[in-house]
Design a protein around this ligand. Structure first.
Ligand SMILES: Nc1ncnc2c1ncn2[C@@H]1O[C@H](COP(=O)(O)OP(=O)(O)O)[C@@H](O)[C@H]1O
Ligand SMILES: [Mg+2]
Length: 251
């Protein structure tokens, strides 16, 4: 294999994924791929199947049919554990952080640094600072309880924890939905930084200006199908809106 082929292998790939809930066909043959170094935005109206697809990628739901490939390895279904072990990390809206615990403790939850059974708090704080700094996440003091942070900072901590645990693809479902402008901007900056560092990033968002600001590629879903994949620089918001609503004749 030459180097060109190597760089073209997606980190994550789905092929012809189907999923139904009783009589509702949530996904009808979805094939998408995500590459390291790229922000892929998935857009679509309510009910298009975006969250169902993300849940399948993170192992929360199992597909009825289809294949998932992670770094070339094929799976018919994933469990949350298998997905996490394979580097697939989902940044949930509720973030699942321990509110009363400080930033460093959150980052190392489940992988605490101990020597002879004694927690190395100073070392964990230093390591936490380094980890956050590498991702340009600004948190004044890692010994602060997470409850005192802004929404954007909390998201930063959640992302840093996933990266620390070996996440290679980070999936965000409406990451700025409940945030003000400053916080949203911090999260968007973090998403771009992750892609610049070589991570694969998938973002689901209703906010098209944001989608156009951060994404390299846009995947439009409608009624359980991917109806179009576009390079962001080659399309317009009007065109994408038309595809989302079904008004487009080209889709
Ligand atoms: N657990 C579930 N049980 C029944 N129907 C569901 C369930 N989850 C999603 N659906 C249905 O599947 C379709 C796709 O939903 P979803 O993936 O949440 O869409 P989106 O995230 O794009 O808004 C919708 O019709 C929704 O009502
Ligand atoms: Mg959804």
């Amino acid at each position: 294999m030459n180097t060109e082929e190597v760089t073209c292998v997606p980190f994550l790939e789905t092929e012809d994924i189907y999923k139904s809930f009783n009589h509702v066909q949530a996904l009808r043959g979805v094939s998408v791929n995500a590459f390291g170094g790229e922000v892929l935005a998935i857009v679509g109206d309510n009910g298009a199947g975006k969250s169902t697809l993300i849940k399948i990628l993170s192992g929360v739901l199992q597909p009825d049919r289809g294949t998932i490939r992670i770094e070339g390895k094929e799976y018919k279904k994933l469990t949350p554990r298998k997905a996490a072990e394979s580097g697939v990390s989902t940044v949930y809206q509720d973030l699942a952080l321990g509110n009363t615990m400080n930033v460093a403790a959150n980052l190392f939850l489940g992988s605490e640094i101990a020597k002879a059974g004694i927690l190395q708090k100073r070392m964990m704080c230093r390591e936490a600072e380094r980890l956050l700094q590498n991702l340009d996440i600004h948190i004044p003091d890692v010994s602060m309880p997470v409850a005192e942070l802004s929404g954007g900072q909390r998201q930063g901590v959640a992302v840093a924890r996933l990266v620390h645990k070996g996440g290679k693809i980070l999936i965000f479902d409406e990451p700025t939905a409940a945030m003000g402008l400053n916080e949203s901007n911090a999260v968007l900056k973090l998403i771009k930084k992750l892609a610049a560092e070589g991570f694969a990033v998938i973002v689901i968002s209703h906010n098209l200006p944001q989608v156009f600001h951060i994404s390299d590629r846009i995947c439009v879903m409608r009624q359980g199908r991917v109806i179009k994949e576009l390079m962001t620089e080659n399309t317009t918001m009007d065109e994408v809106v038309a595809m989302i609503t079904g008004a487009s004749t080209t889709a």
